[in-house]
Design a protein around this ligand. Structure first.
Ligand SMILES: *Cc1c(COP(=O)(O)O)cnc(C)c1O
Length: 357
């Protein structure tokens, strides 16, 4: 029996859940096979997975390239924890692989991207960025929470690591939290040691059980999310009060072809702009009956929430002038981030129609 995580092997029996647990291990095996990965490690939340990743792969003096638009927690954690520790960070528009190449330095250890990205559904070209990162000796990590492995499998496209918030599509029911990192065993196991065993971000086995149950319907759910979100996106595109709709499956999405090349279907996320968004947001909170006016995504229930550009810029993005101009090309003053659930698509369109009157 080992007394330290340093002596643990695959043969070490289950003695204590932070070191290893059969229910969590069962989920890890399923996730590894869904993503065509060698190994997977689960965490208490998506943010615990991101913390474990940063902590394990980046030391003082190292450099990380991070997508300038992605999940706010990933940006805020990088600024609040990595930078003070002496890790330098470049915020890059990763929808342009060439900008990733230009940002590389000899000390770049990690390229961190998210596709499709929160909240504007901009796409990053995983194949192109994987080649650029590999040539420079840096690892590429892809947060594919918005896609799920039923839509995109980043490891098959050349990424080194894929991350998920299991709280979203993989759990699928909005009733638990979890995170995961999947990739080569030699990269994943040190992340387990640091992030789970030492930093303590261990998943609850009950959450693992709920997520295993959710995964049983992943294929069916993602097909339904993908089909309904396109119906809702087309309905919104035709609506006179809607200024713009962002959905990677629409021909009007600026990267529709790239999306079609790396997404098997287009998932359930879309964002849209309207006139008078603050009034529309109030109307939504009062009038929506099928959608829930609430944050989060990937649940069986449809969720919608307004993300004002000025607020997101102040708290999280902190883009330079050029980056903010690019963000505003997609989002204007703000977007209604929409997670299309498993309800009838016609009911969802009628619900939005009432809120937009
Ligand atoms: C929700 C989310 C996270 C964080 O996951 P938690 O489980 O809430 O900690 C990270 N990335 C993306 C894209 C997310 O949507």
């Amino acid at each position: 029996m080992p007394f330290s995580a340093a002596d643990m092997t695959d043969e070490t029996p289950y003695t204590y859940t932070r070191w290893g647990n059969p229910t969590i291990r069962r989920l890890e095996c399923t996730l590894a096979s869904l993503e065509s990965g060698e190994a997977a490690v689960c965490f208490a939340s998506g943010m615990a997975a991101i913390s474990g990743l940063y902590h394990t792969l980046l030391a003082p003096g190292d450099h990380m390239i991070i997508a300038d638009v992605c999940y706010p927690g990933a940006l805020e954690l990088a600024r609040s924890v990595l930078e003070p520790k002496g890790v330098s960070i470049s915020h890059v528009d990763t929808s342009e692989p060439e900008l990733v190449r230009q940002a590389l330095r000899p000390e770049t250890k990690l390229v961190y991207i998210e596709t499709p990205c929160n909240p504007i559904l901009r796409i990053a070209d995983i194949r192109a960025i994987a080649q650029i990162a590999r040539a420079a000796g840096a690892l590429l990590a892809v947060d594919a929470t918005f896609a799920s492995p039923a839509v995109t499998r980043p490891l098959e496209l050349g990424a080194d690591l894929v991350l998920h918030s299991l709280s979203k599509y993989l759990g699928g029911h909005g009733d638990t939290l979890g995170g995961a990192i999947i990739g080569k065993r030699q990269v994943v196991e040190p992340i387990r040691r640091a992030g789970v065993i030492h930093l303590g971000g261990v998943m609850s086995p009950f959450s693992a059980w709920l997520i295993i149950r959710g995964l049983a319907t992943l294929t069916l759910r993602m097909a339904a999310h993908s089909e309904s979100s396109l119906i809702v996106a087309r309905f919104l595109e035709d609506h006179p009060k809607v200024l713009k709709v962002l959905h990677p499956g629409l021909a009007s999405h600026p990267q529709h072809e790239l999306a079609a090349g790396q997404m098997a279907q287009f998932s359930g996320m879309l964002s849209f702009q309207t006139e008078n968004p603050m009034q529309v947001a109030r109307n939504m909170a009062e009038r929506l009956r099928v959608f829930h006016y609430a944050v989060s995504l990937g649940h069986h229930r449809s969720l919608i929430f307004h993300v004002p550009t000025a607020d997101l810029q102040r708290t999280s993005l902190r883009l330079d002038d050029a980056g903010l101009a690019r963000y505003r090309d997609w989002a204007g003053d703000g977007v209604f981030r929409t997670s299309v659930g498993l309800e009838d698509a016609g009911d969802l369109c009628r619900d939005l129609e009432k809120a937009l009157e």
